[in-house]
Ligand binder design. Sequence first.
Ligand code: ATP
Length: 341
Amino acid sequence: MAIKTEALSRIYKIRGAKKGEMRERVALEDINLSIPRGELFGLLGPNGAGKTTLIKILTTLLSPTRGRAWVAGFDVVRESDKVRPRINMVSGGETSGYGLLTVRENLWMFAQFYGIPSRQAHQRIQTLLEMIGLADRANTKSSDLSTGLRQKMNIVRGFMTDPEVLFLDEPTLGLDVQAAREVRAFIRRWMDENPSRTILLTTHYMQEAEELCDRVAIIHEGRILACDTPDHLKQEVQHEAIFQLLVETEQPLNSLALENLPGVLRLHHQWMNGGLQLEISLAEEGVLPLVIGELERQQAHLRSLQKRQPSLEDVFVQLVGLRMEEVERERGNGYHPNTQE
Ligand SMILES: Nc1ncnc2c1ncn2[C@@H]1O[C@H](COP(=O)(O)OP(=O)(O)OP(=O)(O)O)[C@@H](O)[C@H]1O
């Protein structure tokens, strides 16, 4: 196993409202994971689910409160000195390196920190810069790079040591569609080049988990709710018929009346492009005429109707009862600026 955890838990002590009062916040509870070598494993969950805490423990930056974890066969607490040379980590949105140095100089500096022999370092930097599409900016000061290009430099920094196990915490956070696509393609290519490489990636982008990961664990409030291949996870909701409807209406929609129709499993609605977009999960397709009838009764005019395949978002909703963005909104810390959607 590249990564293994047994009943791993982490509790933070936080100040309570009263003076001197300390409270406990459970960030991870009884996490049991077995990730074999060669797997690109995704941890999918909203902000605050415990993803970063888990990565910090596995990368020896934080101690667990209970339970044990092994990375590359070594205990992350007792043998942290053996774990560290075998791993690397990249976090989305981080700014590593010095702005005054060029891309190549920054990467060279990190190669020296990591102890990579000079000739090998030069070669790896060049190969990785070409692979990720940054070779033409090698001599640009990193402070002059856009967010996307700076993140590509960080990615090269993480991959440069050719780690046995690589941890990517939200690697495409805040990137535009094109940059995110290039970073994902780079990650997949790196994995395909060597079957013994392992990546644990965290994300709250459903599509990223679905597209990139061999297996995905859905994590919420410190617990793993489901863990399987994206296809197997989606099979759980495969029997549902999911429709996207765009309606025009002058008056507020009585969504409760729609939700209470027999056979309607879930309903989500939001204003979009001047109309109201409804996403509705039905026990079977035959329920659709009832929905359309109710919309007509409410004088909501149907502008478009589309059936769509179930996604990991539907799996999340089925497990948690809310969409991921609703969980994040409820937490009150807003939604990450999601430029990819
Ligand atoms: N140093 C800390 N002290 C107290 N509570 C913390 C600390 N770090 C994280 N937490 C809390 O632990 C829980 C899990 O946080 P964590 O950062 O691991 O989640 P996450 O899934 O990585 O989300 P994000 O993407 O927002 O970092 C949250 O409730 C968070 O507020």
